[in-house]
Design a protein around this ligand. Structure first.
Ligand SMILES: Nc1ncnc2c1ncn2[C@@H]1O[C@H](COP(=O)(O)OP(=O)(O)OP(=O)(O)O)[C@@H](O)[C@H]1O
Ligand SMILES: [Zn+2]
Ligand SMILES: [Zn+2]
Length: 808
């Protein structure tokens, strides 16, 4: 048996990115690779993850203090995935492993103090003699109890900070932080009869009249088949725990504690009526099912037009995996937007489904993961973090809307869920299904290369036609003297839709086009003084807000630059479009959905359900109204500014625009009623717009892939973005230039090109200046190893982003 464990401590510090050795004490024999443990570290106690076992000379090592879980949290596949993450994305192993545990840490630390090993009472007296009485009471309190926590002490007197500081300084007390396991499962009590029925019946008869509660408890226990009652049943009988204790003291009942897991989505379970699969759906399943059964990793790309019925394929595939008792992870771009898919899975699989979303408390998250870990649940649906769920019988990972950029995490570790999913599935022999009407160019290219099995679904269910799209050239609208943000065609379509009592969705592609405040005399635009970004005008509160640092600014009366009084609001924010719509259609019921209206738990879902239920006629909003929903009465979709993102200096601008237009148009006419779409644009001849209007992915892809190949952009290379940060502009540029030279020299043999340095699109955030360098390379793993060897992964002034989705 090994006596030493290699442990990664769960402390977010890059310098600690190597395992430390600890002694495994004999009273903790079930420590294994993958266990979470409590270890002494410096003068603290911290959480650690066991990553290896060995036989060393344990006498010189500190011992592990406790094990945090009954079974190792990490299985070998999870560990291997974490190792891959840290290598591929250049993060520490600790950072990668932390993704797999709910909340930040499995333990809770509370500050506490105790007497030092030796105390010289004479010295203590001398020190206290010139201090107020509260010093003496506090010290007595600590010494008498042996240990006192900070919250306990602060109740004694208000001045505790100073007192503790003084005690620590003179070594009258020492730190003794208490550590407890965090997010322990709630438990409930089960009461059981400890004597035979006959004995219990006799006692019940002979108990004095005054002991009614005890008699009631005995008779309730006798009424059950199992002679057991739960705490909940006790409550409904109004029997207190006090009564239970009395009977337990007489040896008549025993109690035991069992864990309960909170199930925040517990609800009724109603199978959808069986539907006949479409030809394309059953064809897809004919390909996918054998892969799931084989236990050999395969990946599929379902390229299915909007409304082709991909969700049902997912459900059937999950059912296959569950038949084999293997578990499934389903990723959706943003959980709040997807209550429809959650509802469908819930209806099909009931409590076998665990739903993960960011609003879960640490405790709820912990419980959800425990249900998966213990096999009480077999399916997890969630945003990208659900990928790290502790399922040890993984059979299937599904990524719905795989092209979505929310699958990329924009903080360390900067992973992309698609890449991690493919790796975890490969290590577990699991199947991956990627699904989208507008696959990422990289994914589609990989599928054509044979890396994924391509499954086209070209028709909508019931052969419902794709809605016809009218493209409106806004330059001509202006030439004809029409200045409204609503074109004539859009107005006509809405008039018709409202007359038919059908519903419309209006998308405002707001990127780079929000309401900003501009001086008409000098052209000055009001910007945030910390973030170098235009401030956005918010009508209800009548304030200006910075969308990066959230600071609010009052609107000045005069231009801060030239003192002119001609300050005006520009751009078409959703509020402005709402005003225009209300003016045109005063009796229409309009609901707006954007970041400003969507605070609070599940506010998106509430707005969407109200809209789906017919409470509103028009749903107006940004990106989020374009995605995922399936509402039969929506027959009209209007896109206010189809092309605002096209002008951004981002090589994915066309892809992002095409996907958004196609997805938005795809919301119309999904039911029995025919749909139609109006797309307003200043670039009617751009291929992203024409292909989007024609619902033609192939047309878009053929143009796009030529451009990518010509300029060697992904999928023909990998990109690495390095962001240099500094508190002042001169330093940031100097450091970036030095870094670019260093990179050019050290990457000469790696088939890489260095682009930049160039200022980040928002070149200052929260007073920190940012400059980017892009590396375009054919040899990613060689370059990442080099960057790691150069110490770039641990430099605090750098952000290294592998495969960035945002290159600006
Ligand atoms: N076999 C079937 N028979 C009848 N109706 C079906 C069938 N399969 C799916 N549907 C229905 O068709 C509609 C569209 O399906 P679904 O929402 O899965 O499309 P999708 O491919 O996910 O589209 P999108 O990419 O736009 O989200 C849904 O209302 C669904 O209930
Ligand atoms: Zn700001
Ligand atoms: Zn001015």
């Amino acid at each position: 048996m090994s006596n030493t464990a290699q442990i990664i401590v769960n402390i977010p510090a890059r310098s600690l990115d190597k395992p430390f050795s600890y002694n495994i004490p004999i009273n903790l024999p079930n420590i294994q690779v993958g266990s979470r443990v409590l270890v002494p570290f410096g003068n603290r106690k911290v959480e650690g993850f066991v990553v290896g076992l060995a036989d060393e000379n344990p006498e010189t090592l500190k011992p592990i203090l406790d094990v945090l879980d009954d079974h190792p949290w990490f299985d070998s596949n999870m560990l291997a995935t974490a190792n891959w993450l840290s290598e591929y994305y250049l993060c520490s192993l600790g950072e990668a492993m932390r993704l797999f545990i709910p909340g930040q840490s499995g333990i809770r630390t509370q500050k506490a103090y105790q007497a030092p090993a030796e105390t010289d009472m004479k010295r203590v007296e001398a020190l206290l003699s010139c201090k107020p009485e509260e010093y003496r009471t506090t010290l007595t309190y600590i010494y008498e109890r042996g240990l006192a926590t900070l919250p306990e002490l602060t109740k004694l007197t208000g001045n505790m900070g100073a007192i503790i500081k003084f005690f620590l300084q003179h070594k009258l007390i020492v730190h003794a932080d208490t550590v407890s396991k965090r997010g322990k499962a709630n438990s409930t009590i089960i009461i059981k009869l400890a004597v035979s029925r006959e004995v219990a019946e006799q006692i019940e008869q002979t108990l004095p009249k005054s002991k009614t509660a005890q008699r009631r408890l005995l008779s309730a226990l006798l009424d059950t088949d199992t002679q057991e009652l739960t705490a909940a049943q006790l409550r409904s009988l109004s029997i207190t725990l006090e009564t239970v204790k009395r009977l337990a003291a007489q040896g008549l009942v025993t109690t035991r504690s069992v864990p309960v897991f909170r199930n925040s989505y517990a609800g009724s379970h109603q199978r959808t009526t069986e539907v006949t699969l479409t030809l394309e759906q059953s064809h897809a399943l004919q390909l996918i099912t054998p892969a799931i059964h084989s236990g050999i990793h395969r990946s599929f790309l379902i390229h299915g037009v909007t409304g082709s019925g991909k969700t049902l394929v997912y459900i059937k595939a999950v059912a296959e995996a569950r038949c084999l008792d293997r578990q499934a992870i389903i990723l959706v771009p943003e959980i709040a937007l997807t209550s429809q898919i959650v509802a469908r899975f819930k209806a099909e699989f009931g409590d076998d489904v665990v739903v993960m979303h960011s609003k879960l408390s640490v405790g709820e998250r912990h419980d959800a993961w425990r249900r998966l870990q213990t096999g009480q649940a077999g399916i997890v649906i969630g945003a990208r973090s659900a990928l790290f769920a502790p399922v040890s019988h993984l059979g299937l990972i599904i990524i719905d809307e795989e092209h979505e950029f929310t699958y990329k995490q924009e903080e360390t570790p900067r992973y992309h869920a698609r890449e991690v999913a493919l790796t975890r599935a490969r290590l577990s022999g699991a199947t991956v299904i990627l699904g989208s009407a507008t696959p990422a160019v990289e994914t589609y290219y990989q599928a054509l290369q044979g890396e994924h099995i391509l499954i086209p679904m070209n028709n909508r269910v019931d052969n419902t036609p794709m809605p016809p799209v009218t493209v409106v050239d806004m330059r001509q609208e202006l030439a004809q003297g029409r200045r409204s943000v609503i074109s004539q065609s859009l107005q006509d379509m809405l008039t018709e839709t409202l007359a038919k009592k059908e519903q419309a969705v209006i998308l405002l592609n707001r990127r780079g086009y929000s309401t900003f405040v501009l001086c008409r005399e000098c052209g000055h635009v009001l910007k945030c003084r910390h973030c170098d970004i235009s401030l956005v005008y918010h009508a209800p509160a009548n304030v200006l807000r910075c969308h990066y640092c959230q600071e609010r600014h009052t609107i000045p009366d005069t231009c801060p630059k030239c003192s002119s009084r001609y300050i005006r609001y520009f751009g078409a924010g959703t509020q402005k479009v709402e005003e225009a719509l209300t003016a045109l259609f005063p009796s229409a019921r309009i609901v707006r959905m954007d970041q400003d209206t969507t605070g609070g738990k599940m506010a998106h879902d509430r707005i969407l359900s109200a809209f789906a239920a017919g409470t509103y006629d028009i749903l107006l909003g940004t990106q989020m109204v374009a995605k995922g929903h399936d509402i039969p009465n929506v027959t009209a979709v209007g896109i206010i500014s189809a092309d605002t993102a096209l002008n951004l200096p981002d090589f994915r601008a066309a892809e992002k625009t095409f996907a958004l237009l196609t997805q938005a148009a795809g919301r119309a006419g999904r039911g029995a009623k025919a749909g139609q779409v109006v797309m307003q644009t200043y670039n009617p001849e751009h291929y992203a717009v024409t292909a989007g209007a024609a619902h033609n992915y192939q047309a878009f892809y053929q143009e796009e892939i030529v451009f990518r190949r010509q300029l060697d952009y992904p999928p023909f290379s990998n990109l690495i973005k390095i962001t240099v940060q500094a508190g002042d502009e001169i330093t940031v540029h100097r450091n970036a230039n030095l870094l670019a030279i260093e990179l050019t020299q050290s990457l000469t043999k790696t088939d890489s090109a260095i682009i930049g340095p160039f200022p980040a699109s928002v070149n200052k955030i929260k007073d920190v200046f940012r400059v980017n360098i892009l590396i375009k390379t054919q040899g990613l793993s060689t370059v990442t190893r080099q960057l790691s060897a150069l110490g770039m992964a641990s430099r605090r002034d750098l952000i290294v982003d592998i495969d960035p989705v945002n290159v600006l």
